[in-house]
Design a protein around this ligand. Structure first.
Ligand SMILES: NC(=O)c1ccc[n+]([C@@H]2O[C@H](COP(=O)([O-])OP(=O)(O)OC[C@H]3O[C@@H](n4cnc5c(N)ncnc54)[C@H](O)[C@@H]3O)[C@@H](O)[C@H]2O)c1
Ligand SMILES: Cc1cc2c(cc1C)N(C[C@H](O)[C@H](O)[C@H](O)COP(=O)(O)O)c1[nH]c(=O)[nH]c(=O)c1N2
Length: 175
């Protein structure tokens, strides 16, 4: 586990709502981030996920520190990024807040791979990761996550969150 950095707050001329309205114009994949371990099983929906480097294979996940799941991720130090397919809209909403944890997990099939974090059975792709570094910016922690195992489903269609709504993302069919 490496250092935790804290950015100095700076005055911004952009209002929070204007920022969110602007961010709603960026389409993104939708993911259910899961963890399990001494801190308990937990999961939440995240669109703030991206690739950092392939050497070592690293993704980042932004997690609001006020989320109910925050203590579990902090304690477990492992997580799985489960990228959702077009059929997962209601599952995304379940993991998107307020629903009790057991009810979230009861709605789908799960397995485990290397770290013990729940792997969503029909996810588009699952990155089983250990958290290697954490940086604090404003309300969120940026979790840098090194993939230790990956499962892929090359047949399913994708799911995109854009303009505050879900959209299916179709694979190009072979011609
Ligand atoms: N990064 C995040 O924490 C994040 C991202 C997406 C959605 N959400 C949450 O999901 C719910 C629905 O979101 P929505 O997209 O339908 O409408 P919204 O108006 O709350 O958000 C619009 C866009 O702004 C960004 N955003 C929203 N809340 C943020 C936050 N606290 N920190 C950083 N960026 C944020 C995201 O890109 C989001 O898609 C809200 O409660 C929202 O806070 C959080
Ligand atoms: C489409 C979409 C996308 C995101 C979210 C929601 C939705 C619907 N949420 C919010 C997050 O899922 C929610 O705060 C957690 O489920 C925690 O909620 P509880 O505190 O358990 O109610 C979210 N939260 C976060 O910290 N980082 C993120 O990238 C996202 N992205």
């Amino acid at each position: 586990m490496a250092e935790t950095l804290t950015a100095k707050p700076t005055a911004s001329t952009v209002e929070k709502q204007a920022f969110r309205d602007a961010m709603a114009h960026l389409g993104s994949a939708v993911n259910i981030i899961t963890t399990d371990g001494p801190g308990g099983r937990a999961g939440f929906t995240a669109s703030a996920v991206c690739s950092v480097t392939d050497s070592p294979p690293t993704l980042l996940v932004c997690l609001n520190r006020s989320a109910s799941v925050y203590p579990a991720f902090t304690e477990n130090q492992v997580l799985c990024v489960n990228t959702l397919a077009d059929c997962h809209e209601s599952l995304s909403n379940l993991f998107g807040g307020k629903t009790p944890m057991e009810q979230r997990f009861d709605a789908a099939e799960w397995s485990s791979l290397s770290t013990g974090s729940p792997i969503l059975s029909d996810a588009l792709v699952s990155f089983d990761c250990k958290i290697t570094q954490v940086t604090q910016i404003g309300t969120h922690d940026i979790l840098f996550c090194e993939a230790v195992a990956i499962t892929r489903n090359d047949e399913r269609h994708g799911l995109v969150y854009f303009d505050r709504r879900y959209h299916p993302l179709m694979r190009q069919s072979a011609c």
